[in-house]
Design a protein around this ligand. Structure first.
Ligand code: M6R
Length: 605
């Protein structure tokens, strides 16, 4: 949610900032801007509404510099406009600031301190930069001390700030609270970014920044201090990823690339976390902690929450440990009755979701054990939990999550098997997870190879529809939720995922002539029931389609997926739904990867 970049000590500052912002566009794409300074008294501020491509067009050939900062915005305070785009600056144009997050008491600060200052934007960020400038002007503080004083006044806020003082422009100041920010250490220059992938063309060595620290960055030095001015030393970590890993190659959109990558991700996970014997290969400490838990709590948001719903079924079946799944934003402010020895599993592609982090902070405060399953090394949720298991899915750039969902389910399956075996609830040979993941990879490929057929279905039934339903029972119902989310977030078709038996208790009233209803049918026990519920909608004018496991197929079924163990069928049944959403969005002429109003990494609550 908002992307931040900065550089000092490089004559190509403009292109480093613009290319970095392009890589971070997934974090927000309402408007963007850069401030650069050539250290010879010439500086430039360029801001534009829209995408990074629009900003690039607005940056004229004269714009050059050695140091600078940049930002791509997902609006929180104030409409999408050039004035509200970042960088925000002080009235005297001395200080420039970019910000990711929300300052909750900005109105109070403005009223208490800044009644004489004229504002150009509606943002909370401008309040911060004007306040800092005020402390420099009226209290004679230097930039760093004014920055620290300002930070001390920000209540209950989440932020990542990158500040530059035009009177000392090759020094950048950085601080964060809850929001992510990294410092990249280069050969002759240093950089700042919200996500390492923005700066892989400059460096692979990064320093993580903790809450409550202020960092002063010059071309050849990085000085970390706590708020009392005590020096903090920290080693860099290496990010082992190629800049090309973040390109979409010949694909029209990242989403299609990421759907196509799923078979390979399944093979990689089998390689990383299972043994030749078919057993799981997971850190024994994690297994032990889970084995001793009297309840498992899975926490996530959006698609990750949906992956948690699948996880519950697998954990309960294989480990016999009661498992609850929580929407992070609800659980964070709930007052749950907890058992003596609960174990928390956080599912998060980005590892940065603020709603989930809020829960983790509470869990840590109460001393409970936790595991983060994430795609991003060194992400906040990974650092703050006791244990981490990586998804190894490669960067997921499209806003609509696809390969992270299937990777999360695969990891949950491996973990559930490992704990099940450790608790002697499952006999190792009964569920050969390595072999199953191999079948999943082959099955996914077979579905992906049929994408042209799925595109035709999208054209025929979804592109001109305002409403759609996915229905199913049990584990199929959880996939219906994810399938509906995919469709609505990128194609703007109002889609509902529903327990098929529940429709007749009210919602069936929404079925009209031509409403598409997709039944997901992969479980022997409930297949007939879901078929009857589909029939009920058809009798009321719906066009019914099916996603059916081969062993349960009937003559008129629409999409048939290969047979695998019933418990992990979501790994296959979701793939046609991902493709239906993709082609509906594509053929409606929408920006598949950058749907309106959304951003990939949601770092505000
Ligand atoms: O990074 P996370 O997995 O924590 O993100 C959670 C949700 O914001 C995310 O899954 C969102 O729902 C996706 N846009 C869905 O495609």
């Amino acid at each position: 949610m908002c992307g931040i970049v900065g550089v000092t000590g490089n004559d190509n500052a403009v292109s480093i900032l613009l290319e970095g912002l392009q890589k971070l566009e997934y974090r927000g794409y309402d408007s963007a801007g850069i401030y650069v300074n050539d250290l010879n008294g010439q500086d430039y501020l360029v801001k534009e509404k829209g995408r990074i491509a629009d900003l690039k067009k607005a940056v004229g050939p004269e714009v050059h510099g050695t140091a600078g900062i940049g930002h791509t915005r997902w609006a929180t305070h104030g409409v999408v406009s050039v004035a509200n785009a970042h960088p925000q600056y002080s009235e005297d144009h001395r200080f420039y600031l970019v910000h990711n997050g929300v300052i909750e008491n900005f109105k109070e600060l403005k009223a208490s301190y800044l009644s004489d200052v004229s504002f150009e934007s509606q943002t909370d960020t401008e309040v911060v930069v004007q306040l800092l400038d005020l402390f420099v002007r009226t209290e004679g503080l230097n930039t760093k001390d004014a920055f620290i004083k300002t930070l001390g006044l920000l209540e209950g806020s989440s932020y990542a700030f990158l500040l530059v003082d035009s009177e000392d422009p090759d020094t950048l100041y950085v601080a964060k609270n809850k929001s992510p920010l990294l410092i990249g250490v280069g050969e002759e220059c240093n950089v700042v970014c919200s996500d390492a992938l923005a700066m892989l063309n400059v460096t692979h060595e990064f320093l993580e920044l903790h809450d409550g620290e202020v960092v002063t960055i010059k071309p050849k030095s990085v000085e970390i201090e706590d708020m009392d001015g005590n020096a903090v030393s920290r080693d860099t970590f290496h990010v082992d990823m190629d800049a090309q890993d973040t390109d979409k190659g010949t694909y029209p959109y990242y989403m299609l690339k990421e759907i196509d990558e799923q078979p390979n991700v399944m093979r990689k996970l089998a390689q990383a976390y299972t043994k030749e014997s078919g057993d799981a290969d997971i850190d024994p400490e994690i297994i032990e902690a889970l084995k001793n838990a009297d309840r498992i709590h899975i926490v996530g948001a959006g698609t990750s929450y949906h992956a948690g719903l699948v996880g519950k079924k697998m954990f309960e079946k294989l480990t016999h440990i009661p498992t609850e799944v929580h929407v992070a934003s609800e659980f964070a402010y709930d007052d749950p009755l907890l058992t003596k020895n609960p174990f928390f599993i956080f599912l998060s592609q980005s590892g940065e979701t603020a709603d989930s982090r809020e829960v983790l902070v509470n869990v840590n405060a109460r001393g409970f054990k936790s595991l983060t399953i994430t795609n991003v090394v060194n992400s906040t949720l990974s650092r703050e939990a006791n244990y981490t298991i990586l998804l190894n899915a490669g960067p997921e750039i499209a806003v609509a999550s696809t390969k992270a969902y299937t990777a999360q389910i695969a990891v949950e399956a491996i973990l559930a098997k490992a704990v099940g075996v450790a608790k002697e609830q499952v006999i190792a040979e009964d569920f050969d997870i390595r072999q199953q993941l191999g079948l999943v990879a082959t099955g996914m490929q077979a579905i992906i190879d049929e994408k042209e057929t799925i595109e035709k279905l999208a054209d025929q039934y979804f592109v001109n529809s305002n409403r759609a339903f996915y229905i199913g029972r049990g584990i199929d119902q959880t996939v219906s939720l994810e399938s509906a989310l995919k469709l609505k977030e990128i194609s703007y078709v109002q889609a509902e995922g529903f327990a098929s038996g529940e429709l007749k208790h009210g919602t069936i009233a929404l079925i009209e002539e031509g409403t598409p209803v997709v039944g997901i049918i992969t479980q022997k026990k409930t297949a007939g029931l879901t078929r009857s519920n589909l029939q009920e909608t058809q009798s009321r004018g719906a066009i019914t389609l099916t996603i059916v496991r081969n062993g349960l197929k009937k003559e008129d079924d629409t999409i048939v997926i290969p047979d695998i163990d019933e418990m992990i069928t979501p790994l296959l049944s979701v793939v046609p739904a991902q493709l239906l959403a993709y082609y509906t969005s594509l053929n409606k002429g929408l920006d598949v990867d950058r749907p309106r109003n959304l951003a990939k990494s949601v770092t505000v609550e």
